[in-house]
Write a protein that binds this ligand. Structure first.
Ligand code: NAD
Length: 264
């Protein structure tokens, strides 16, 4: 078999990997022979890492705690990876958070700093230090996590939407900057994904409508053409394509991975 679609032996960093999309993506990458450095701020990171390492003993899986809003912590994460493996092939800037901020006129600016610090600056830090290594290697793939909310404004989501919109344009700028170095840079836009972050929204929406959590999930599923939530494995499918020879010509794109939820 040719290596046109293979990612075996590549080295990836996944931020926000303790749970949700990041955990699922790390698990799928490991199952395909990718060595993974999993990073998060949650104490369950070690346990999440052990689960994947135990399931896939042929690859090396490390846990390295890092708050992505802290530039030096992200630099240390990239340095750790390069010390262990001598290279970095895939940077998946997935860590993110959401917080209720209300309408723009009632927004607490400390929340704006927090959300932009984690989502936008967090991805920026990951891009910055991954890029420095990938420029030296003249190879690599950077995947940022965007959102439909970063493409179209939603009421009561100005801050989260701005953080994701910022990620989108930063992705496109970096794609142009790294093109001469054989590094592709893209963002994936997940839609409705099965994760703790999303279940919190479902809970809130269910309360607001006076229906149960399960009834709210059913309503959402009816909106998704492929009739299911997205998983980390769905994101990993795209990441592996972008990181293999088969996807190397794709750069600067905002790729919906959303079961057909929207075509924007
Ligand atoms: N779930 C969805 O429907 C959906 C839709 C669009 C985009 N996204 C994006 O996908 C990404 C993953 O979200 P998820 O749905 O898996 O949510 P999640 O809350 O389940 O997972 C996010 C992970 O990021 C980690 N994290 C948060 N702040 C961090 C920080 N400062 N430093 C390091 N790690 C941090 C969390 O601890 C958590 O493990 C996020 O960027 C989110 O905005 C999710």
């Amino acid at each position: 078999m040719s290596d046109f679609r293979s990612v075996k032996g590549k080295v990836a960093i996944v931020t926000g990997a303790a749970r949700g999309i990041g955990f699922g993506a790390a698990e799928t990458l490991a199952s395909e022979g990718v060595h993974v450095v999993m990073s998060d701020i949650l104490p369950i990171l070690d346990e999440s890492c052990k689960k994947i390492q135990d399931a896939f003993p042929d690859v090396q899986v490390y846990a390295k705690s890092a708050d992505v809003s802290d530039e030096m912590a992200v630099k240390a994460l990239v340095d750790f990876t390069v010390e262990k493996f001598g290279k970095l092939d895939i940077m998946f800037n997935n860590a993110g958070m959401h917080m209720d901020t209300g309408a723009v006129w009632e927004t607490d600016m400390a929340k704006v700093d927090k959300i932009l610090g984690v989502n936008l600056k967090g991805a920026f830090h990951g891009c910055k230090y991954a890029a420095q290594q990938m420029i030296k290697q003249k190879s690599g793939t950077i995947v940022n996590t965007g959102s439909f909310f970063g493409k179209v404004g939603h009421a009561l989501s100005a801050t989260y939407g701005a953080s994701k919109g910022g990620i989108h344009t930063m992705t496109q700028s970096l794609a142009l900057e790294l093109a001469p170095y054989n590094v592709n840079v893209n963002a994936i836009c997940p839609g409705l994904a099965a994760s703790e972050m999303h279940w919190a929204f479902v809970e809130e929406d269910a309360k607001a409508r006076g229906i149960t959590f399960e009834e709210m999930k059913q309503l959402e599923l009816e909106e998704i053409p492929l009739s299911r939530y997205g998983y980390g494995s769905d994101m990993a499918g795209v990441i592996m394509w972008l990181a293999s020879k088969s996807g190397e010509y794709v750069t600067g794109q905002l790729i919906n991975v959303n079961g057909g939820l929207d075509f924007t």
